[in-house]
Ligand binder design. Structure first.
Ligand code: SF4
Ligand code: SF4
Length: 186
């Protein structure tokens, strides 16, 4: 009898855990889908910036793109790319320069910008220093290079919402610090 009750209560605990995981996964899906959709229709310039550099970020950034929190769980059963966990505790989507655009990571959608989190915990969307060796959009003095204000504003709005999740805040803060460290070398 005791064995039966224990088995039953274990089954209920497992079921509850399963439901919790299911709800969490559904929530994660919603968050990432919403973020992807919010930036779907916008690109850095009014025209395809790949024309300026022959799509350098896909071709030369082909070792991979870091994933934001929740993206691993969202993309794992959708992408045909490998995702590895790096020594510095990031998820990296291995990329060979081609992908199904529907499932390209958030980092690709906002490239070459990054949502820096300043010391006050506010988002500042600026050029991502890690793109300095490949992306011509850093040259603001060229007349054809005018990053659309609405692209920047959209990224800011997306990340203002996302950093309400502690994991997002921590991730953006950690990368902000790493990218700021790079400034010493420029
Ligand atoms: S490297 Fe810069 S300019 Fe070239 S496609 Fe990527 S974002 Fe556009
Ligand atoms: S995942 Fe897609 S968009 Fe991102 S770098 Fe690779 S080919 Fe380009």
């Amino acid at each position: 009898m005791i064995t039966y009750v224990n088995t039953l209560s274990n089954t209920i605990i497992c079921y509850n855990m399963f439901m919790k995981i299911l709800k969490t996964n559904k929530h994660i899906s919603r968050v990432i889908k919403k973020a992807y959709k919010a930036i779907e229709d916008l690109t850095p310039l009014e025209f395809d910036c790949g024309q300026l550099c022959n799509n350098k970020c896909c071709k030369e950034g082909s070792e991979g793109m870091y994933l934001f929190p929740f993206e691993f769980q969202y993309l794992i059963d959708k992408t045909d790319k490998d995702i590895i966990h790096t020594d510095n505790d990031f998820d990296l989507l291995i990329c060979n320069g081609k992908c199904d655009r529907k499932y390209r990571p958030l980092a690709c959608r906002i490239f070459p910008l990054f949502p820096y989190v300043n010391n006050k915990g506010e988002i500042e969307v600026k050029f991502d220093l890690r793109a300095r060796n490949i992306c011509p959009l850093q040259f603001k003095d060229m007349p054809e290079i005018q990053i659309q204000k609405r692209f920047v504003k959209r990224i800011k709005n997306i990340f203002k919402k996302l950093i309400k999740y502690q994991v997002f805040y921590d991730y953006c803060r950690k990368l902000t610090e790493e990218i700021n460290f790079l400034k010493k070398f420029y």
